[in-house]
Design a protein around this ligand. Structure first.
Ligand SMILES: [Zn+2]
Ligand SMILES: [Zn+2]
Length: 115
């Protein structure tokens, strides 16, 4: 398959909600549902504060993230991403839909999660 530069329409969430206090639930256009543990998402933040812009080095120390971290607010960013404001005060992370789908931790997606 050729490189895809536009958003895969199947990889657009139709619903993003909090499954409970600590999980984020995303229902996708293609019917797929993924439940993301909040801390799992927080640790995968790819903003310039968490990951070095040029070297890709991880700047975020997992030990610095509270075990009970959870989203305080989830906002849409344009039509391609969401910005999550976390209970630990971190709010600069933007998660593109493509990336969210890529890191879906469900059993079906797990083999490719984190790739
Ligand atoms: Zn970040
Ligand atoms: Zn999945």
């Amino acid at each position: 398959m050729a490189a895809v530069s536009s958003i895969n329409p199947a990889h657009v969430p139709v619903e993003i909600s909090r499954a409970n206090q600590h999980d984020v639930r995303i229902r996708w256009q293609d019917g797929h549902v993924g439940v993301y543990p909040a801390r799992y998402l927080r640790l995968r933040c790819a903003c310039a504060e968490c990951v070095h812009e040029f070297t890709g080095e991880a700047l975020l120390k997992p030990s610095a993230v509270p075990v009970d971290v959870h989203p305080a607010r989830i906002e849409a960013v344009g039509r391609y991403a969401v910005q999550i404001r976390w209970s630990d005060g971190h709010s600069t992370g933007i998660y593109s839909f493509d990336r969210l789908r890529l890191i879906c931790p469900c059993e079906t997606c797990l083999p490719t999660a984190g790739a």
